[in-house]
Unconditional design. Structure first.
Length: 363
């Protein structure tokens, strides 16, 4: 997703929008007027960001939500932002083209949310490596904070991981995965991939400060639920780079594949000294995307780890990817669970071997 411009979008740019995008804008305007008449107020939903010691990438979305009590809490003791969960995050009205104030590291910047209410912008600021928080708000909203991981310039290893069928088992036909992620409110209903969280934790322990970036074709609406799922199942904290459903300026629907390609290229440019472990599954385009990335960026991929779907999962996913040509310069491992992937990565010299598993007694 392109970075937000600090200046409003001009009318000439609007004219060039795809007719589906113009229809979507009209529908959003109608829904926004109706929601504001009902007293709904702007709400900034923060997402985890990342950056270097000289800049940070700040992510959030502006939606309209029902007002809460005068003390700033709902009847259940939650803030306005916390009430936008599950299906509400999908049905809430996005507020596009509104200024959002970002305060981080003593800097204050005003940027414009895009048509879908999303802010994805790079802020020049000097921060020490580690975790920081940005303060975000717009007119009429509460101020919220977004966690930001500032990556140490000395870090040379990072993880980029897919989400669906990689860190969580969906076991659903691909057309239903988006609906499941959107309308199922409870993160407890999602099943973690066996051994994957332990694999990530071991890698982060071996490489202190290593960034873990979750790259998915899911919609921004599900970011809070996915964040809670990752936290509950002890995955390392990190930004979740999602996309937005609906039309763009030149097509009916956004391309999930293009979203992944764009962010992979962006991360390669932003961290030129980083070598990445690319983690995905064999039910989408991950293998092809990772093979191309490794070919286009020699020496920048530490290894590729592919979770192999079960037969039933592969059927639901619409089959397996067919990528047979892997460069010999990059270790390429594949298994059905994180524990076996860890063993294979250890054999390839990418990580330290773990404790030996107990062997069954011999007769």
């Amino acid at each position: 997703m392109p970075e937000n411009s600090p200046s409003p979008v001009g009318p000439r740019q609007r004219v060039s929008l795809h007719r589906a995008a113009r229809l979507e804008d009209w529908l959003h305007n109608v829904r926004e007027r109706f929601a504001r008449r009902r007293g709904h107020l702007p709400t900034v939903v923060p997402y985890t960001g990342y950056g270097s010691t000289e800049w940070v990438r700040v992510l959030c979305r502006v939606l309209l939500s029902k007002p809460v009590s005068p003390d700033g809490r709902s009847r259940r003791g939650r803030s306005r932002e916390q009430t936008i969960r599950g299906w509400r995050s999908f049905t809430s009205v996005p507020v596009g083209d509104v200024p959002v104030i970002i305060e981080v590291g003593g800097q204050r910047l005003e940027v414009l949310a895009d048509r879908g209410g999303v802010v994805d912008t790079k802020v020049p600021v000097r921060l020490a490596p580690g975790w920081h928080r940005a303060r975000l708000y717009t007119e009429g909203s509460e101020a919220v904070t977004a966690p930001i991981h500032v990556i140490d310039p000395a870090s040379r290893f990072g993880i980029i991981s897919d989400v669906d069928d990689t860190v969580m088992v969906t076991a659903l036909p691909r057309p239903l995965v988006a609906a499941w992620n959107t309308f199922v409110l409870d993160e407890h209903a999602r099943i973690p991939t066996p051994g994957m969280a332990v694999l990530f934790e071991r890698l982060v322990r071996e490489h202190p400060g290593a960034p873990v970036i979750y790259l998915s074709t899911g919609a921004w609406n599900v970011a809070p639920t996915l964040t809670r799922f990752l936290d509950r199942n002890l995955y390392p904290a990190g930004p979740i780079l999602l996309t937005d459903w609906g039309p763009t300026h030149d097509r009916w629907f956004r391309s999930g594949r293009a979203h992944k390609e764009e962010n992979l290229r962006r991360l390669a440019e932003e961290f030129p000294d980083m070598r990445w472990l690319l983690v995905g599954d064999d039910g989408q385009h991950d293998e092809e995307l990772y093979a191309r990335f490794a070919a286009d960026h020699p020496g920048r991929v530490a290894a590729v780890a592919i979770r192999r779907l079960s037969t039933g999962e592969a059927v639901l996913a619409g089959g397996r990817s067919k990528v047979d040509e892997h460069t010999d310069a990059v270790p390429w491992v594949s298994a059905g669970d994180g524990s076996t992937l860890a063993d294979q990565l250890a054999e390839a010299g990418v990580m330290h071997p773990g404790p030996e598993r107990p062997q069954p007694p011999t007769s």
